[in-house]
Write a protein that binds this ligand. Structure first.
Ligand SMILES: Nc1nc2c(ncn2[C@@H]2O[C@H](COP(=O)(O)OP(=O)(O)OP(=O)(O)O)[C@@H](O)[C@H]2O)c(=O)[nH]1
Ligand SMILES: [Mg+2]
Length: 333
Protein backbone atom coordinates (compact mmCIF):
# COMPACT_ATOMS: atom_id res chain seq x y z
CA UNK A 1 0.00 0.00 0.00
CA UNK A 2 1.33 3.39 -0.96
CA UNK A 3 2.16 5.92 1.78
CA UNK A 4 1.11 8.80 -0.46
CA UNK A 5 -2.24 7.41 -1.32
CA UNK A 6 -3.96 9.66 1.16
CA UNK A 7 -5.90 7.05 3.09
CA UNK A 8 -2.95 5.21 4.65
CA UNK A 9 -2.69 7.45 7.74
CA UNK A 10 -6.30 6.89 8.43
CA UNK A 11 -5.74 3.17 7.87
CA UNK A 12 -4.05 2.77 11.27
CA UNK A 13 -7.26 3.64 12.99
CA UNK A 14 -9.76 2.73 10.37
CA UNK A 15 -9.21 -0.18 8.04
CA UNK A 16 -12.80 -0.18 6.94
CA UNK A 17 -14.34 -3.39 8.20
CA UNK A 18 -16.48 -1.34 10.55
CA UNK A 19 -18.68 -0.75 7.50
CA UNK A 20 -19.45 -4.46 7.28
CA UNK A 21 -22.76 -4.15 9.17
CA UNK A 22 -23.79 -1.40 6.74
CA UNK A 23 -22.87 -3.58 3.78
CA UNK A 24 -24.85 -6.46 5.21
CA UNK A 25 -27.73 -4.12 5.98
CA UNK A 26 -27.76 -2.71 2.43
CA UNK A 27 -27.60 -6.17 0.91
CA UNK A 28 -30.41 -7.54 3.08
CA UNK A 29 -32.64 -4.56 2.40
CA UNK A 30 -32.06 -4.97 -1.32
CA UNK A 31 -32.79 -8.68 -1.18
CA UNK A 32 -35.84 -8.26 1.02
CA UNK A 33 -36.97 -10.42 3.89
CA UNK A 34 -39.31 -13.33 4.12
CA UNK A 35 -41.23 -14.80 6.98
CA UNK A 36 -43.66 -17.67 7.15
CA UNK A 37 -46.22 -17.76 9.91
CA UNK A 38 -48.60 -20.60 10.49
CA UNK A 39 -51.79 -20.39 12.50
CA UNK A 40 -53.39 -23.50 13.89
CA UNK A 41 -56.00 -24.44 16.41
CA UNK A 42 -59.63 -25.25 16.72
CA UNK A 43 -62.06 -23.87 14.17
CA UNK A 44 -63.66 -20.52 14.90
CA UNK A 45 -61.10 -19.33 17.43
CA UNK A 46 -60.27 -16.26 15.38
CA UNK A 47 -57.11 -17.34 13.54
CA UNK A 48 -57.90 -15.64 10.25
CA UNK A 49 -59.13 -12.52 12.02
CA UNK A 50 -55.97 -12.29 14.07
CA UNK A 51 -53.49 -12.64 11.21
CA UNK A 52 -55.37 -10.01 9.31
CA UNK A 53 -55.26 -7.69 12.33
CA UNK A 54 -51.54 -8.43 12.80
CA UNK A 55 -50.39 -7.41 9.37
CA UNK A 56 -53.14 -4.94 8.47
CA UNK A 57 -53.72 -6.72 5.20
CA UNK A 58 -56.79 -8.38 3.87
CA UNK A 59 -55.57 -11.88 3.20
CA UNK A 60 -58.98 -13.43 3.07
CA UNK A 61 -60.86 -11.44 0.48
CA UNK A 62 -61.75 -14.48 -1.57
CA UNK A 63 -62.66 -16.70 1.31
CA UNK A 64 -65.64 -18.91 0.77
CA UNK A 65 -67.63 -19.29 3.96
CA UNK A 66 -68.64 -22.83 4.67
CA UNK A 67 -72.14 -23.70 5.80
CA UNK A 68 -72.77 -25.77 8.93
CA UNK A 69 -73.01 -29.04 7.02
CA UNK A 70 -69.75 -28.49 5.18
CA UNK A 71 -68.06 -27.56 8.44
CA UNK A 72 -68.94 -30.89 10.03
CA UNK A 73 -67.45 -32.86 7.12
CA UNK A 74 -64.55 -30.50 6.76
CA UNK A 75 -61.11 -32.07 6.91
CA UNK A 76 -58.00 -30.13 7.73
CA UNK A 77 -57.19 -28.14 4.66
CA UNK A 78 -54.10 -26.03 4.48
CA UNK A 79 -54.21 -22.71 2.68
CA UNK A 80 -51.18 -20.59 1.94
CA UNK A 81 -51.40 -16.83 1.36
CA UNK A 82 -48.46 -14.71 0.34
CA UNK A 83 -48.41 -10.94 0.54
CA UNK A 84 -45.64 -8.49 -0.16
CA UNK A 85 -45.54 -5.73 2.37
CA UNK A 86 -43.31 -2.70 2.23
CA UNK A 87 -42.48 -0.33 5.05
CA UNK A 88 -39.96 2.50 4.71
CA UNK A 89 -38.34 0.82 1.73
CA UNK A 90 -37.96 -2.53 3.49
CA UNK A 91 -39.72 -5.35 1.71
CA UNK A 92 -41.19 -8.30 3.54
CA UNK A 93 -42.60 -11.33 1.78
CA UNK A 94 -45.02 -12.64 4.31
CA UNK A 95 -46.53 -16.07 3.98
CA UNK A 96 -49.44 -17.09 6.14
CA UNK A 97 -50.28 -20.75 6.36
CA UNK A 98 -53.81 -21.13 7.63
CA UNK A 99 -55.23 -24.43 8.81
CA UNK A 100 -58.98 -23.94 8.88
CA UNK A 101 -61.38 -26.36 10.46
CA UNK A 102 -58.87 -27.92 12.84
CA UNK A 103 -60.80 -29.81 15.50
CA UNK A 104 -64.02 -30.15 13.51
CA UNK A 105 -63.68 -33.83 12.79
CA UNK A 106 -65.15 -36.51 15.07
CA UNK A 107 -61.71 -37.90 15.85
CA UNK A 108 -59.43 -34.98 16.43
CA UNK A 109 -56.44 -36.84 17.75
CA UNK A 110 -54.78 -37.04 14.35
CA UNK A 111 -55.57 -33.45 13.31
CA UNK A 112 -51.92 -32.55 13.67
CA UNK A 113 -50.89 -35.07 10.99
CA UNK A 114 -51.54 -33.02 7.82
CA UNK A 115 -49.95 -29.99 9.47
CA UNK A 116 -46.86 -31.98 10.50
CA UNK A 117 -46.68 -33.40 6.97
CA UNK A 118 -46.93 -29.90 5.51
CA UNK A 119 -44.00 -28.69 7.64
CA UNK A 120 -41.94 -31.75 6.70
CA UNK A 121 -42.73 -31.28 3.01
CA UNK A 122 -41.34 -27.73 3.15
CA UNK A 123 -38.16 -29.00 4.82
CA UNK A 124 -37.91 -31.80 2.27
CA UNK A 125 -38.33 -29.41 -0.62
CA UNK A 126 -35.64 -27.13 0.79
CA UNK A 127 -33.31 -30.08 1.40
CA UNK A 128 -33.79 -31.23 -2.18
CA UNK A 129 -33.25 -27.72 -3.60
CA UNK A 130 -30.22 -27.18 -1.43
CA UNK A 131 -28.63 -30.38 -2.67
CA UNK A 132 -29.50 -29.56 -6.28
CA UNK A 133 -27.61 -27.60 -8.91
CA UNK A 134 -29.45 -24.31 -8.78
CA UNK A 135 -28.97 -23.32 -5.17
CA UNK A 136 -29.09 -19.60 -5.78
CA UNK A 137 -32.78 -19.13 -6.30
CA UNK A 138 -34.26 -21.42 -3.73
CA UNK A 139 -37.79 -20.63 -2.77
CA UNK A 140 -37.77 -21.02 1.00
CA UNK A 141 -41.17 -22.03 2.33
CA UNK A 142 -40.10 -23.37 5.68
CA UNK A 143 -42.45 -22.43 8.49
CA UNK A 144 -40.78 -20.13 11.01
CA UNK A 145 -43.47 -19.90 13.61
CA UNK A 146 -46.75 -21.56 14.46
CA UNK A 147 -49.25 -19.59 16.53
CA UNK A 148 -51.23 -22.23 18.32
CA UNK A 149 -54.69 -21.04 19.38
CA UNK A 150 -56.03 -22.34 22.68
CA UNK A 151 -59.71 -22.04 23.49
CA UNK A 152 -60.57 -19.54 26.25
CA UNK A 153 -63.56 -21.65 27.28
CA UNK A 154 -61.72 -24.65 28.66
CA UNK A 155 -59.85 -25.11 31.93
CA UNK A 156 -56.44 -25.34 30.35
CA UNK A 157 -55.08 -27.51 27.58
CA UNK A 158 -57.35 -30.06 25.98
CA UNK A 159 -56.01 -33.48 24.92
CA UNK A 160 -56.10 -32.30 21.30
CA UNK A 161 -53.88 -29.32 22.21
CA UNK A 162 -51.26 -31.43 23.95
CA UNK A 163 -51.29 -33.99 21.14
CA UNK A 164 -50.85 -31.24 18.57
CA UNK A 165 -48.05 -29.43 20.33
CA UNK A 166 -46.16 -32.62 21.19
CA UNK A 167 -46.36 -33.79 17.60
CA UNK A 168 -45.02 -30.50 16.29
CA UNK A 169 -42.64 -29.10 18.89
CA UNK A 170 -39.58 -30.64 17.26
CA UNK A 171 -40.52 -29.35 13.83
CA UNK A 172 -41.54 -25.73 14.34
CA UNK A 173 -41.41 -22.86 16.84
CA UNK A 174 -44.72 -23.05 18.66
CA UNK A 175 -46.04 -19.86 20.22
CA UNK A 176 -49.22 -20.59 22.20
CA UNK A 177 -51.95 -17.96 22.35
CA UNK A 178 -55.23 -17.81 24.26
CA UNK A 179 -57.85 -16.94 21.67
CA UNK A 180 -60.77 -14.51 22.14
CA UNK A 181 -59.39 -13.20 25.41
CA UNK A 182 -62.24 -10.69 25.57
CA UNK A 183 -64.40 -13.51 26.89
CA UNK A 184 -62.30 -13.69 30.07
CA UNK A 185 -61.79 -11.31 32.99
CA UNK A 186 -58.20 -10.29 33.82
CA UNK A 187 -58.17 -12.69 36.78
CA UNK A 188 -59.41 -15.54 34.60
CA UNK A 189 -56.74 -14.73 32.00
CA UNK A 190 -54.05 -14.84 34.70
CA UNK A 191 -55.28 -18.17 36.06
CA UNK A 192 -55.64 -19.74 32.62
CA UNK A 193 -52.13 -18.60 31.67
CA UNK A 194 -50.66 -20.13 34.82
CA UNK A 195 -52.50 -23.36 34.24
CA UNK A 196 -51.42 -23.59 30.60
CA UNK A 197 -47.79 -22.86 31.53
CA UNK A 198 -47.89 -25.59 34.20
CA UNK A 199 -49.43 -28.08 31.79
CA UNK A 200 -46.90 -27.25 29.09
CA UNK A 201 -44.18 -28.14 31.58
CA UNK A 202 -45.99 -31.17 32.92
CA UNK A 203 -46.48 -32.69 29.46
CA UNK A 204 -42.93 -31.91 28.39
CA UNK A 205 -44.04 -29.63 25.55
CA UNK A 206 -41.20 -27.58 24.11
CA UNK A 207 -42.65 -24.28 22.98
CA UNK A 208 -40.50 -21.52 21.45
CA UNK A 209 -38.05 -20.24 24.06
CA UNK A 210 -37.11 -16.59 23.93
CA UNK A 211 -33.35 -16.18 23.91
CA UNK A 212 -31.68 -15.05 27.12
CA UNK A 213 -31.33 -11.31 27.41
CA UNK A 214 -27.69 -10.09 27.20
CA UNK A 215 -26.35 -8.86 30.53
CA UNK A 216 -25.15 -5.58 28.99
CA UNK A 217 -28.65 -4.61 27.80
CA UNK A 218 -30.23 -1.59 29.49
CA UNK A 219 -32.75 -2.01 32.30
CA UNK A 220 -35.73 -0.99 30.17
CA UNK A 221 -34.94 -3.68 27.65
CA UNK A 222 -34.46 -6.27 30.41
CA UNK A 223 -37.81 -5.32 31.94
CA UNK A 224 -39.55 -5.62 28.53
CA UNK A 225 -37.92 -8.98 27.96
CA UNK A 226 -39.08 -10.21 31.39
CA UNK A 227 -42.66 -9.04 30.74
CA UNK A 228 -42.64 -10.73 27.36
CA UNK A 229 -41.57 -14.05 28.85
CA UNK A 230 -44.20 -13.77 31.58
CA UNK A 231 -46.96 -13.08 29.02
CA UNK A 232 -46.80 -16.57 27.52
CA UNK A 233 -49.33 -17.74 26.37
CA UNK A 234 -50.31 -14.40 24.85
CA UNK A 235 -53.97 -13.58 25.45
CA UNK A 236 -55.17 -12.12 22.15
CA UNK A 237 -58.18 -10.43 20.67
CA UNK A 238 -58.71 -9.99 16.96
CA UNK A 239 -60.96 -7.62 15.09
CA UNK A 240 -61.14 -6.20 11.65
CA UNK A 241 -63.51 -3.40 12.41
CA UNK A 242 -62.58 0.10 13.35
CA UNK A 243 -64.61 1.65 16.17
CA UNK A 244 -64.61 4.97 17.95
CA UNK A 245 -63.14 4.90 21.46
CA UNK A 246 -62.15 7.91 23.59
CA UNK A 247 -62.50 10.15 20.55
CA UNK A 248 -60.15 8.00 18.47
CA UNK A 249 -60.73 5.47 15.75
CA UNK A 250 -59.30 2.16 16.93
CA UNK A 251 -59.38 -1.47 15.92
CA UNK A 252 -61.76 -3.08 18.34
CA UNK A 253 -64.90 -4.96 19.19
CA UNK A 254 -68.04 -3.10 20.08
CA UNK A 255 -70.25 -4.62 22.75
CA UNK A 256 -73.41 -3.22 24.38
CA UNK A 257 -71.37 -2.71 27.56
CA UNK A 258 -68.30 -1.17 26.00
CA UNK A 259 -65.43 -1.42 23.57
CA UNK A 260 -62.58 -3.92 23.60
CA UNK A 261 -59.53 -2.42 21.95
CA UNK A 262 -57.21 -4.82 20.18
CA UNK A 263 -54.16 -2.59 20.56
CA UNK A 264 -54.78 -1.53 24.14
CA UNK A 265 -52.18 -3.27 26.30
CA UNK A 266 -54.50 -3.32 29.30
CA UNK A 267 -57.09 -5.21 27.25
CA UNK A 268 -54.90 -7.92 25.74
CA UNK A 269 -51.41 -8.99 24.62
CA UNK A 270 -51.95 -8.32 20.91
CA UNK A 271 -49.30 -5.56 20.79
CA UNK A 272 -46.80 -7.72 22.69
CA UNK A 273 -47.34 -10.57 20.25
CA UNK A 274 -47.01 -8.31 17.22
CA UNK A 275 -43.86 -6.67 18.59
CA UNK A 276 -42.38 -10.05 19.33
CA UNK A 277 -43.14 -11.41 15.87
CA UNK A 278 -42.17 -8.37 13.89
CA UNK A 279 -39.91 -6.07 15.87
CA UNK A 280 -37.91 -8.19 18.25
CA UNK A 281 -37.86 -11.91 17.49
CA UNK A 282 -38.50 -12.44 13.76
CA UNK A 283 -34.82 -13.12 13.07
CA UNK A 284 -34.46 -15.40 16.08
CA UNK A 285 -37.50 -17.41 15.00
CA UNK A 286 -35.85 -17.83 11.61
CA UNK A 287 -32.50 -18.73 13.16
CA UNK A 288 -34.04 -21.39 15.40
CA UNK A 289 -35.89 -22.80 12.38
CA UNK A 290 -32.59 -23.03 10.51
CA UNK A 291 -30.30 -24.13 13.31
CA UNK A 292 -32.54 -26.45 15.26
CA UNK A 293 -35.62 -27.67 13.38
CA UNK A 294 -34.19 -27.81 9.88
CA UNK A 295 -30.88 -29.21 11.14
CA UNK A 296 -32.77 -32.01 12.95
CA UNK A 297 -34.71 -32.78 9.80
CA UNK A 298 -31.54 -32.73 7.70
CA UNK A 299 -29.67 -34.98 10.15
CA UNK A 300 -32.57 -37.46 10.11
CA UNK A 301 -32.61 -37.46 6.31
CA UNK A 302 -28.87 -38.03 6.06
CA UNK A 303 -29.03 -40.80 8.67
CA UNK A 304 -31.81 -42.53 6.77
CA UNK A 305 -29.97 -42.18 3.48
CA UNK A 306 -26.77 -43.60 5.02
CA UNK A 307 -28.71 -46.46 6.58
CA UNK A 308 -30.39 -47.37 3.32
CA UNK A 309 -27.06 -47.24 1.45
CA UNK A 310 -25.45 -49.46 4.13
CA UNK A 311 -28.41 -51.79 4.03
CA UNK A 312 -28.32 -52.14 0.26
CA UNK A 313 -24.53 -52.66 0.35
CA UNK A 314 -24.72 -55.32 3.06
CA UNK A 315 -27.71 -56.82 1.28
CA UNK A 316 -25.79 -57.12 -1.96
CA UNK A 317 -22.75 -58.52 -0.07
CA UNK A 318 -25.05 -61.01 1.59
CA UNK A 319 -26.55 -61.92 -1.79
CA UNK A 320 -23.08 -62.30 -3.30
CA UNK A 321 -22.07 -64.63 -0.45
CA UNK A 322 -25.19 -66.68 -1.03
CA UNK A 323 -24.54 -66.83 -4.75
CA UNK A 324 -20.95 -68.00 -4.18
CA UNK A 325 -22.13 -70.62 -1.64
CA UNK A 326 -24.64 -71.86 -4.23
CA UNK A 327 -21.95 -71.91 -6.87
CA UNK A 328 -19.68 -73.96 -4.58
CA UNK A 329 -22.58 -76.37 -4.00
CA UNK A 330 -23.22 -76.62 -7.73
CA UNK A 331 -19.57 -77.27 -8.57
CA UNK A 332 -19.36 -79.90 -5.80
CA UNK A 333 -22.35 -81.78 -7.19
N1 LIG B 1 -65.15 -12.48 20.84
C1 LIG B 1 -64.26 -12.60 19.90
N2 LIG B 1 -64.62 -13.02 18.67
C2 LIG B 1 -63.66 -13.11 17.71
C3 LIG B 1 -62.31 -12.79 17.96
N3 LIG B 1 -61.61 -12.98 16.82
C4 LIG B 1 -62.47 -13.41 15.90
N4 LIG B 1 -63.72 -13.49 16.42
C5 LIG B 1 -64.92 -13.93 15.73
O1 LIG B 1 -64.93 -15.35 15.69
C6 LIG B 1 -65.48 -15.81 14.46
C7 LIG B 1 -64.50 -16.73 13.75
O2 LIG B 1 -63.36 -16.03 13.37
P1 LIG B 1 -62.32 -16.57 12.30
O3 LIG B 1 -61.18 -15.61 12.26
O4 LIG B 1 -62.99 -16.87 11.03
O5 LIG B 1 -61.88 -17.93 13.01
P2 LIG B 1 -60.91 -19.07 12.46
O6 LIG B 1 -60.17 -19.62 13.63
O7 LIG B 1 -60.11 -18.58 11.34
O8 LIG B 1 -61.95 -20.16 11.98
P3 LIG B 1 -61.75 -21.35 10.89
O9 LIG B 1 -61.23 -20.72 9.64
O10 LIG B 1 -63.09 -21.96 10.73
O11 LIG B 1 -60.78 -22.31 11.49
C8 LIG B 1 -65.83 -14.56 13.66
O12 LIG B 1 -67.17 -14.27 13.86
C9 LIG B 1 -64.97 -13.48 14.29
O13 LIG B 1 -65.54 -12.20 14.18
C10 LIG B 1 -61.97 -12.34 19.27
O14 LIG B 1 -60.83 -12.04 19.58
N5 LIG B 1 -62.98 -12.27 20.19
MG1 LIG C 1 -59.79 -19.26 9.42
Amino acid sequence: MCRNSGWVDVEKEYVGFATLPNQVHRKSVKKGFDFTLMVAGESGLGKSTLVKSLFLTDLYKDRKLLNAEERINQTVEIIKHTVDIEEKGVKLKLTIVDTPGFGDAVNNMQSWKPIADYIDQQFEQYFRDESGLNRKNIQDNRVHCCLYFISPYGHGLRPVDTEFMKALHEKVNIVPVIAKADSLTPIEVKKLKERIRDEIELFGIKIYQFPECDSDEDDDFKQQDKELKESIPFAVIGSNTVVEARGQRVRGRLYPWGIVEVENQSHCDFVKLRNMLIRTHMQDLKDVTWDVHYENFRARCIQEMTRSVLFSTSYSEHSLNRISVNLVCITKM
